[in-house]
Design a protein around this ligand. Structure first.
Ligand SMILES: [Zn+2]
Length: 262
């Protein structure tokens, strides 16, 4: 009888050991590829809009993008993460066993609430919104930016996280060093106080790096610094330099099946 119990216990421990080993292999991928995509406007472009049409993806085209992403998620080919999730994966050094896609939308335009948000709710896709902190105080009658209330509402869905995109969206190459420090550090402080959250990333306005950037990032406790240019990225590259993570611009009419392949 005792021997029988010992054999059962041995099998039980063997099963537990194998189960944990298997689960670990499945969840902690060795070298996940990571792609961060950058959108600006989800809206139909027209001549009265001042920006180049390059920054406008129509809602129907965006719907196709997200529908395709959802199909890849269901097939477990990709995992859609937010930047704060990526930080958690990196700290634990445990990444999902799938290619990681992160979606960002820049500047906090109103259409990110009006058109983008309903579509990501439909397909349940996470997005990081980069917010210019000064725009939160706009009281214009025709405010083109998101309001605090709209951002709060979207954040409650758990689909939307926000990141810092500076205070004023200046070109840093035109600013002195004190202004750059203010833009980088103050924007984080304003967003954290306004929304009672932790901001983990700074999304660079325009595409210019300046030599003292890293000093400010460390001082203001940002975990990531995201650019607007693209180079291949995986978790090894991320480990070496999380202060220059790369993004891919999504242009209208793009071959999205090719764009979202890894
Ligand atoms: Zn911007």
């Amino acid at each position: 009888m005792n021997k029988k119990i010992i054999v059962i216990l041995l099998f039980f421990f063997l099963f537990v050991y194998l189960w944990f080993s298997f689960a670990k292999v499945n969840f902690c991928a060795k070298n996940s590829e990571i792609k961060i995509y950058m959108y600006h406007h989800i809206d139909t472009w027209s001549v009265d809009k001042t920006w180049s049409n390059r920054y406008f993806i129509s809602p129907s085209e965006f719907d196709q993008h997200m529908q395709y992403i959802k199909s890849l998620v269901l097939k477990k080919i990709i995992y859609v993460a937010s930047l704060s999730e990526l930080e958690k994966f990196q700290i634990k050094w445990c990444f999902p066993n799938a290619k990681i896609a992160i979606f960002t939308v820049d500047d906090g335009w109103k259409d990110a609430y009006k058109f983008l948000y309903p579509i990501i709710q439909k397909y349940w896709i996470k997005f990081d919104y980069s917010i210019i902190s000064k725009t939160l105080n706009n009281t214009w009658s025709n405010n083109p930016y998101l309001t605090k209330q709209e951002i709060k509402e979207m954040m409650k869905s758990w689909l939307v996280e926000i990141q810092s995109h500076s205070v004023n969206h200046y070109k840093f190459e035109d600013c002195d060093i004190d202004q750059v420090q203010y833009e980088v550090c103050e924007s984080k402080k304003i967003l954290e106080e306004t929304f009672d959250i932790k901001i983990n990333s700074f999304i660079y306005p325009y595409w210019h790096f300046i030599k003292d950037d890293f000093r400010f990032l460390k001082r203001c406790w940002y975990y990531y610094w995201a650019s607007t240019t693209w180079k291949p990225m995986n978790k090894k590259i991320l480990e070496k330099n999380r202060y220059q993570i790369f993004r891919i611009e999504v242009d209208p009419g793009v071959n999205y099946k090719k764009l979202f392949s890894f």
